[in-house]
Design a protein. Structure first.
Length: 125
């Protein structure tokens, strides 16, 4: 059985379009080995901003430190992070979870006649 070779349509398309863009926009282009040799000669580590500096033709310009931003999530819908509230049981003044003091029903279409403990919830702790 012959090994399946990946189609080369994407690579052919990109190599064709690349030269059309370079010629139409009259822009400069470079290769990775040129960028690497510039970076090594300047003594810079491999990062995206150092590569951009080398590609732009930087030699000894003063540079600032890069600023890093960290995304802060505003909402988390995961059920694993559910923290059950604590309530004072008004019958014996002990602290119990909301799970312990609830009506026993999760769905309303089933007839589960259990004692409704929700009414014994006091102040939240």
């Amino acid at each position: 059985m012959k090994p399946v070779q990946k189609p080369l349509k994407d690579a052919t398309f990109m190599s064709t379009i690349r030269w059309k863009l370079v010629n139409a926009l009259m822009c400069d282009y470079t290769y990775g080995y040129i960028t690497k040799s510039k970076r090594v000669s300047l003594g810079l580590e491999k990062t995206h901003y150092n590569d951009a500096f080398c590609i732009a033709g930087g030699i000894n310009q003063q540079r600032i430190e890069p600023i890093y931003f960290e995304q802060i999530r505003r909402n988390n819908r995961s059920l694993e992070k559910f923290y059950d509230a604590k309530y004072v049981d008004i019958r014996d003044k002990s602290i119990k979870t909301g799970q312990e003091l609830f009506c026993g029903r999760r769905t309303r279409n089933k007839n589960l006649n259990e004692e409704n403990l929700h009414k014994y919830r006091g102040a939240k702790k």
